[in-house]
Design a protein around this ligand. Structure first.
Ligand code: TRP
Length: 449
């Protein structure tokens, strides 16, 4: 069975070499695994929280989409989309906002840091804090829970947000699940093997330090950036210590073990820094040269990129739209044609038979048929896709299904002679026949609803 992996990229900047080595390359590699069902998206709603420059948002969306595709992401294999093309996400954000504790969000690092800064400066604690910043973790929880992601690769600064998504999802399950876990609880995945790349000055490569190496700039820009890598002042011929040279760390991140060993030996042997930079350039140019051409071609055809992203959104919504329908149903945003639950202060106790679908820990999808009073009548076979499970349960209602006695004192639900669900076993033929009768009634009830 597959594992659903999901991550978002905030669209506020232009990806640099550090983003490539730390996030893009490992994500693309992970998407190639046989059991990976990967969702990668441009977190452009999140970008609005940090950036009020529309031109920059637009430019960054284009550049990031082109970067991922040029780097080898296959949009046929993964689901690649823009957050803002999925209207179900803001809708789910609201449902989750209504269950997320304010106290939980008070503890979010990014918000707390803003408050601390304000207090230090003698300002109002919330000066300059928007509701967007405050609710950032809820939007992120919606991104993750919308697709029932199991694994979420993120940087360390985002672990807390994934944990909040778990908390919020769990709370929703508890309040509205009625025995069903609507949301899988996600886990943050930190790639220990991927070291953060040092920048030109040896600190972590980051736009805020202005020490980045461009990813898909021209070969000349790459060469110029490499020329600015800070080294010690050892002269050509003097032995250099590879382990204290971040130039070596950069080289290693892109080299085979053999190449690294040779480079290390050459440095120890007195290779001039100028030469060493030349070798680093050759290495990077070999890895990135072709992708750079693909990048330029993609950027030149924004219409094609737009089409790819819209196709990705359509693919994502095939999952999101029906699932959000179930969530609306769960919280009570239902058609008025379904019988209104009346009576007692406590909700629930829906008065008709119903299907309850869920996801198994192995990733497959099933549903149960429940009687009006909540008794389980039957359990479906596992389905690889949520959609097929949904279609099958609908067919049981709309096309006459056969409910037939099976082995032991069990029974089965058949569609076109295929067993699609097993009835609950009884301890006598009479009890079984009664259950079969209840099952038929339940299906008939559903057909009328
Ligand atoms: N907040 C993440 C970041 O800044 C980006 C992001 C948005 C994200 N939604 C997500 C990451 C969902 C993982 C899952 O890096």
């Amino acid at each position: 069975m597959t594992t659903r992996i999901l991550t978002g990229i905030t669209t506020t900047g232009t990806p640099h070499l550090g983003n490539y080595a730390g996030a893009i390359r490992p994500a693309i590699r992970a998407s190639l695994a046989d059991d990976a069902d990967s969702f990668y998206f441009l977190a452009d709603y999140h970008a609005l929280i940090k950036c009020d420059d529309p031109a920059r948002i637009q430019r960054s969306r284009l550049e990031i989409a082109a970067t991922w595709l040029a780097s080898g992401l296959d949009p046929e294999r993964v689901t690649f989309y823009r957050q803002s093309d999925i209207p179900e996400i803001p809708e789910l954000t609201w449902l989750l906002t209504c269950v997320a504790g304010k106290g939980l969000l008070n503890r979010a690092h990014a918000y707390k840091a803003a408050v601390d800064r304000n207090l230090e400066q003698g300002e109002d604690p919330d000066a300059g804090v928007t509701m967007g910043l405050y609710s950032y973790p809820v939007l992120m929880a919606a991104d993750i829970l919308m697709f029932n992601a199991q694994r979420v690769p993120v940087g360390r600064d985002q672990i807390q947000h994934v944990e909040m998504a778990r908390d919020i999802g769990q709370r929703f399950n508890h309040l509205f699940g009625n025995g069903r876990d609507y949301f899988a609880l996600p886990e943050a995945v930190i790639e220990e093997s991927v070291s953060t790349l040092p920048g030109l000055d040896g600190r972590k490569m980051s736009k805020s330090y202005d020490n980045t190496i461009p990813l898909f700039g021209s070969a000349k820009q790459l060469k110029d950036a490499i020329a600015r890598i800070v080294t010690d002042s050892r002269l050509p011929g003097e032995p250099k210590d590879p382990d204290s040279a971040h130039l070596f760390t950069l080289y290693q991140a892109f080299a085979t073990p053999e190449q690294s060993a040779a480079f290390r030996a050459a440095l120890l042997d007195g290779l001039a820094w100028g030469e060493a930079k030349g070798q680093l350039f050759e290495l990077l140019d070999a890895e990135l040269g072709e992708a750079r051409e693909r990048y330029a071609a993609l950027i030149a055809r924004p219409d094609d990129l737009e089409d790819i992203l819209l196709a990705g959104a359509a693919k994502a919504r095939r999952y999101a739209t029906p699932f959000l329908g179930e969530l609306r149903e769960a919280v009570g945003l239902r058609s008025l044609k379904t019988q209104v639950a009346t009576g007692g202060a406590k909700k629930k106790a829906s008065k008709t038979a119903r299907f309850v679908s869920f996801r198994e820990s192995d990733g497959s999808f099933r549903f149960r048929l429940l009687d009006a009073d909540g008794t389980e009548l039957a359990l479906s076979i596992p389905f690889a896709e949520a959609k097929t499970a949904g279609i099958t349960s609908k067919q049981l209602v709309t096309t006459p299904a056969s409910v037939v006695a099976g082995e032991g004192n069990g029974f089965q639900l058949l569609l076109a002679d295929q067993v699609v669900a097993e009835g609950v076993a009884s301890d006598s033929p009479a009890a079984r026949d009664a259950l079969i009768e209840r099952t038929r009634t339940a299906l008939a009830q559903l057909a009328e609803a």
